[in-house]
Design a binder for this molecule. Structure first.
Ligand code: SDX
Length: 428
């Protein structure tokens, strides 16, 4: 039985069908609202607006549930790895052993950058933000793959996917080396996706870096946890760009740009800077919590709060446990971890946070692990982008495969000046 909703305005009513999702979520389909009532809806920040039907990821924000293609994130974190999870997110099922082998072989074939792209790094100032470099270089890939502007077959899509998932690692590694004034040297190394990436990042001519297995596993886990998250800001941006039938490279480059903001993926860098600020200033935990609550202060507890989760972000819980394991394995201690734990404890017993259902999100602890591995703080969001690439690709694919797909074109309510002449306007 399908529900329906009646919307009435100015004594005009319209009956709207209600869509019911696999997990019982309900949406009022307002496709005919404007034509039947002359009204549009208004939903600042789209907090109550569904932009698409998707089969990729399910989140229940009240219960703190996250599933990729129906599989719980805790189970994937424990039993899968990033490549297998990426394949699942993109193609909707796990790869067979042969499919996985072919997928990894295609990524190995596409691990290097064309010389002209490598030369492009010389054009970036050494202090360029790594996210500015990443979004530029992801878009630059489209300069080298005109044949992949229009992807109309599975083979071309698989090749574009392998190119993006593989090359994003080397772009990140070269960004790091260029910033340090070092030669753009690449040693792909052995092991899985994360181990190969760490080898690209930290190997130098004559000095091969082989990642500790537990360290590589911790980074692989971070990539799994970041791999998709339904219609977040950057993924919605990818779908927006995909809706105009723009190519996969430029759409994912737009996703990188949206992710950069500190309210989104940039929060992981902002969390570390906040924790370091607290450590260096000696501010008490109580004073930091109090600062969040000052109405006139724009200070926020970075890494806390979420538009969807009104319970613990399941990813934050998994990363918090991994922090202790990685630090123990590396024989390191990090005072910032204790500050983070103290902040979490204080916030979760404070009515300001409890009443607003503000909990730690994916960004609150992730930086502690990346810092322990040796990733510079200003590259934390690049790590987020590497993890999120499968989700962006999957959402671009789903948008392109939708036979009813329409270009995203929201409406607005105009609040500007009424009709006025050029002369009147010149009078000011
Ligand atoms: C990610 O969408 C996704 O799925 C994103 C993501 C993904 O995987 O793609 O999960 C990744 O982006 C995680 C979020 C990372 N951002 C941060 O950690 C930045 C800090 N958090 C906030 O800025 C905020 O919580 C947002 C941006 C995450 C959510 O903002 P909303 O949903 O617009 O909530 P809001 O700003 O309307 O806040 C509601 C209230 C306000 O107080 P009142 O006006 O009711 O008095 O809660 C307060 C806010 O001031 N509040 C915070 C707070 N977050 C919200 N107060 C202090 N510290 C915070 N972090």
């Amino acid at each position: 039985m399908q529900d329906k909703a009646i919307i009435t305005n100015d004594s005009k009513s319209t009956e709207c069908p209600v869509i019911i999702g696999t997990e019982g979520e309900k949406a009022i389909d307002i496709a005919k609202l404007r034509s039947q009532t002359g009204c549009i809806t208004f939903d600042d920040g789209y907090g109550n607006t569904g932009s698409c039907l998707s089969k990729i990821t399910f989140i229940d924000g009240d219960l703190g549930i996250l599933r990729y293609r129906g599989i719980d994130i805790a189970e994937l974190s424990e039993k899968s790895d990033f490549i297998e999870t990426a394949y699942l997110i993109i193609w909707g099922r796990f790869p067979t052993a042969d499919e996985r082998k072919a997928f990894e072989a295609q990524m190995a074939e596409n691990a290097k950058l064309p010389d002209s792209m490598t030369q492009q790094f010389e054009g970036f100032p050494k202090d360029a933000h790594p996210m500015a470099v990443l979004t530029s270089m992801i878009n630059a890939m489209s300069c080298h793959h005109h044949d992949l502007f229009e992807i109309k077959d599975e083979k071309s899509f698989a090749r574009a996917t392998a190119i993006l998932l593989s090359k994003i690692r080397l772009i990140a590694a070269y960004t790091y080396k260029h910033a340090n004034g070092d030669a753009l040297f690449c040693q792909q190394g052995e092991g899985g996706y994360a181990a190969q990436f760490l080898s690209m990042m930290f190997s130098w001519p004559g000095k091969r870096y082989v990642a500790d297995a537990d360290v590589a596993r911790a980074l692989d886990l971070l990539f799994i946890l970041h791999a998709d998250h339904e219609q977040n800001c950057s993924t919605s941006t990818v779908r927006m760009v995909a809706s105009s039938e723009a190519n996969l490279f430029t759409a994912t480059s737009a996703g990188v740009s949206a992710l950069w903001g500190k309210l989104h993926g940039g929060a992981n860098q902002a969390v570390l800077e906040m924790l370091e600020g607290i450590k260096n200033s000696g501010d008490s935990i109580e004073s930091v919590i109090a600062k969040c609550k000052q109405k006139d202060s724009d200070f926020r507890l970075m890494g806390f709060g979420h538009r969807v989760y009104k319970n613990f972000d399941p990813r934050a819980k998994i990363i918090k446990v991994a922090c202790d394991k990685v630090l123990d394995k590396l024989g390191k201690s990090d005072p910032l971890l204790q500050i983070a734990k103290d902040l979490e404890k204080a916030a979760l017993s404070d009515s300001y946070f409890v009443d607003r259902k503000l909990y730690p999100n994916v960004d609150f602890y992730s930086g502690i692990i990346m810092r322990a591995i040796g990733i510079p703080t200003n590259m934390f969001t690049v790590m987020f982008a590497i993890g999120r690439m499968p989700g962006w690709i999957a959402n671009w694919k789903e948008t392109n495969e939708n036979p009813k797909a329409r270009i995203y074109r929201p409406r607005q309510i105009y609040m500007g000046p009424k009709l006025r002449s050029y002369e009147d306007a010149k009078k000011g």
